[in-house]
Design a protein around this ligand. Structure first.
Ligand code: SPD
Length: 381
């Protein structure tokens, strides 16, 4: 198990300053009128990414605590950011990516955790938490949920057929950013994540710029490169698992964890198609998502109870084993399945880790500029 994977992600962050049916987000449930005035209702409203929780985590937590969980999902950091800024979201737990979390803490959008109610914090890797301290001083607001890296995923059979006599490139990013390849692969379908802060950093990295550059000239240069492949992109999608496993796309710019979920689904369905999360020689883009409690959460104590439950070793390990996403729970390592621990697109080896790009916090103005460049790209302007 590669603890350095986690450490590298968090080191660089520090220098630059994660069963129940999932539903997209209507308004979460309010506290019931029957709750005692000095206690929280037995309700917890969670807002997480899709396909990012083990099958039984919510129902087992409900059985153990009697707290009823309303579990809703968001598709990208921009959607969560807008909810937090608007306030009164109704959520008690949210899961921001590290590139957004620091500015959310600084803006007072997240409340400090009550660590006295989370004894299982001791299961977290102390070296990792020491690094996270630079992003979240005192580890006051964030508990790591899971991480992975943004990369290129392929349906191997379809890609080989579409490329014909053209060999696979040495640089996996060529498959989504180089017209020589995209012009051939468009026949079986290229899909990108639909978010400025997911697409622009890999594009910047591909053209040799800092993936988290604040320079608008760099954003324009990445936009110029993207314009050359725009006509070959079939989908901008928040359902890449289904797109890849179901055959709408043969190549995706997406998250390694989700690409591995698509791979598992294809295997479960006894499909002849082999799906693979590639590990780019020039580096994938590491990301790290974290549990946090909004400033105005109505059920903070229930939130602490859930965080403590998640930090049980077997509970964290189930997330990794079912969804191909590692966690920062050191005590969970003993429960991670060997086939997951040995999968080099789940836990990167040393060489890939050295090449990988670590996340950095994005300021509001940088996000605005990235959004403008992304929108021009998507609209084909
Ligand atoms: N299955 C959903 C996984 C969510 C991953 N979060 C990605 C954040 C990358 N910036």
């Amino acid at each position: 198990m590669n603890t350095r994977f986690v450490l590298t992600v968090l080191c660089t962050l520090a220098l630059s300053a994660c069963g129940k049916k999932e539903t997209p987000a209507p308004a979460p449930a309010p506290a019931t009128a029957t709750a005692p005035s000095n206690a929280e209702a037995k309700v917890l409203n969670i807002y997480n990414w899709p396909d990012y929780i083990s099958e039984n985590m919510v129902s087992d937590f409900e059985k153990e605590t009697g707290i009823q969980v309303n579990y809703q999902t968001f598709e990208n950091n921009e959607v969560l950011q807008a909810k937090l800024i608007a306030g009164n979201s109704g959520y008690d737990i949210v899961v921001p990516g590290a590139v957004f979390a620091q500015s959310q803490i600084e803006a007072g959008l997240l409340q400090a955790l009550d660590k006295s109610k989370i004894p299982n914090l001791s299961n977290l890797d102390s070296a990792i938490m020491a690094k996270l301290d630079a992003v979240d001083p005192g580890n006051a607001h964030l508990v790591p949920w899971a991480w992975s890296f943004t990369t290129v995923g392929i349906n191997k059979t379809k890609v080989a057929k579409a490329l014909g006599n053209t060999p696979m490139p040495d640089n996996a990013w060529d498959l989504v950013f180089n017209p020589t390849y995209t012009s051939k692969l468009k026949s079986c379908g290229i899909a990108f994540l639909d978010s400025p802060t997911e697409v622009m950093p890999p594009a910047l990295h591909y053209i040799g710029k800092n993936a988290y550059s604040a320079d608008t000239a760099d954003h324009k240069a990445a936009g110029d490169m993207l314009a050359l492949v725009r006509k070959d992109i079939r989908l901008f999608s928040s359902t890449l698992i289904d797109d890849l496993a179901g055959g709408k796309a043969c190549v995706v710019l997406g998250w390694a964890g989700d690409i591995n979920i698509a791979r598992s689904r294809a295997i479960e369905n006894q499909s002849a198609e082999e799906i693979e999360a590639l590990v780019p020689q020039t580096g994938g883009l590491l990301f790290f998502d974290n549990l946090a409690v909004p400033k105005d959460a109505k059920h903070p104590n229930n939130a602490m109870a859930f965080i403590n439950y998640f930090l049980k070793p077997e509970v964290s390990a189930a997330l990794t084993n079912e969804l191909s996403y590692p966690t920062a729970n050191k005590a969970s390592i003993a429960f991670v399945a060997p086939e997951m621990a040995q999968n080099k697109s789940v836990f990167l080896d040393e060489a890939s880790l050295q090449q990988a790009v670590s996340p950095a916090s994005l300021s509001n103005s940088t996000r605005e500029s990235l959004t403008a460049a992304y929108t021009r790209f998507k609209q084909g302007k």
